[in-house]
Design a protein around this ligand. Structure first.
Ligand SMILES: [Zn+2]
Ligand SMILES: [Zn+2]
Length: 245
């Protein structure tokens, strides 16, 4: 592990951002450059990712494990059944998310989906009697055109390989362009997203849906997606990273 992840992490962002800026060599770990047997991350870096421990099964915030939802979810129950987040959003998961989202580093997507698959699919979806559909949170088409791709679709395609569940990449549409959510409070985020999503896919009746996204922050986007997924038997969230504040 010379130059390994321990060094990269304690050395701070520059080491890793330089590594992620370098062309990724298949067979080499994206974060430390050590041999990784064709996976995006070597076993050491994969283990060193900030995996979220036990927590609330509804909102994925860390806390005591168990069936009871956290206090916030008991006060105001989100419209989805469960949320599973692999990582805490912060270094180095934020580096991987940004590398995927803004620089189209598919290797970063492979690392994130590797972590998501490792943390496991949402347990209720895994126990579902019907095969769940993986539905990526969509971008508006104009944004997807500019960016060239949707990071949630990329994650879904890789998770489909891990689970065997089909991806419906264009079934949920973002029909209205919305302003950036960053800096808006929960209420303004909800207003900003009202009516932004529409279901244009096959009949949802009786279907188990797993909504896939890169980061779960306030849940306003997922809530707006759930409103468009009315009719599905269940919606579970599966995200790469959970923002904790
Ligand atoms: Zn590594
Ligand atoms: Zn909760």
């Amino acid at each position: 592990m010379a130059g390994g992840v321990g060094q990269a992490v304690s050395g701070g962002v520059p080491g890793v951002s330089t590594a992620t800026r370098r062309a990724w060599l298949p067979g080499r770990c994206l974060l430390c450059g050590d041999p990784s047997d064709r996976a995006a991350l070597c076993p050491h870096c994969l283990c060193d990712l900030p995996f979220l421990g036990p927590g609330c099964r509804i909102c994925a915030l860390p806390g005591p494990a168990g069936d009871a939802p956290c206090g916030a979810c008991q006060l105001r129950r989100p419209p989805w059944r469960s949320a599973t987040a692999a990582l805490r959003y912060g270094f180095p998961s934020d580096t991987l998310v940004r590398a995927l989202k803004y620089r189209r580093r598919l290797a970063a997507g492979a690392a994130l989906s590797q972590a998501m698959a490792w943390a496991g699919p949402p347990p209720p979806a895994l126990a579902s009697p019907v095969t769940p559909w993986l539905v990526p949170v969509p971008l508006h088409w104009t944004r997807e055109l500019v960016r060239g791709f949707n990071q949630a679709v990329e994650l879904s395609l890789q998770l489909s390989r891990a689970t065997g569940w089909p991806v419906l990449p264009r079934a949920l549409r973002r029909v209205r362009r919305t302003r950036a959510q960053a800096g808006l409070g929960r209420w303004r985020r909800r207003r900003n997203l009202a009516g932004a999503f529409r279901w244009r896919g096959p009949d949802l009746a009786g279907q188990a849906v797993v909504l896939v996204d890169d980061v779960l922050t306030t849940g306003a986007t997922a809530e707006a997606c759930c409103r468009a997924l009315k009719g599905a038997a269940s919606v579970d969230l599966w995200v790469a990273a959970r923002a904790l504040d």
